[in-house]
Write a protein that binds this ligand. Sequence first.
Ligand code: DGL
Length: 267
Amino acid sequence: MTIRLGLFDSGIGGFTVLKSLVERHGDVSCVYLGDLARVPYGSKTPKEIRLIASEVVHWLNKQDLTAVLVACNTTNSLALDVVEKFAEVPVFGLIDSAVEMIYEKRVGILATPGTVFSKAYSKKILEKRPGTFVVEQACPAFVPMIETGLVNNEEICMLAKKYLKPLIESQVESIILGCSHYPLLLPILRPLVPSHVRLIDPAIGMAKNLDKLLVNDKFVGVTMQNSLNTKFYVTSDPNGFAARAKHWLKIYPEVELISLRSKACVF
Ligand code: DGL
């Protein structure tokens, strides 16, 4: 059976999921959808996220997939039930994957305002590990800055310090990067956090959760650069997206522009 995975995110956050997937499983065939027309998802209402999720899944259902990977925590927090209801194949999420990775008693979450509002992380952690102290911090400025490439400046460093402060003051022992864009900031975040605090990328757990589905016999040290088995689609700005893929993944893919509207437009 040919395995084909469908990943979706508002933009380039799913790159961190794709990277973990390729690092663990090699040359997996994937369809990647970046909903650039509507990034950022993190400041949208739950109703909007749920509507978008249903549009995305209806499109993914036409892509001949084996499984859907929700490479977006905001969708995972606010609309996982929508994705699961409409998807015609198994669905894998980031939040369950992240929760399986923690063992500390004091846990911090960095996430989008939508994810923090949903309390999805706190609820899941307390369900699995009652008694855990959880503190969540919304980081509204990160995704717009990452998407526009503003990641190497003083401003993002100042913001990172501000967002991390309540977590560090709460003496957390691990911090979940609860937005798939945030692992792209690891070089900035790591030096700002005490060395004993683990920074957790949920994508690593998600890649592990796919072990049963993906047989590792094709894995021969494949890297992103020699794995071109992913087809990229966006709802806006294909050239900008390709440039970002070049920067973050060191590939320059063909990117196709699509519409998620269920009915074809008549021009
Ligand atoms: N990367 C997504 C997430 O994990 C969406 C971020 C956004 O568009 O605000 O939440």
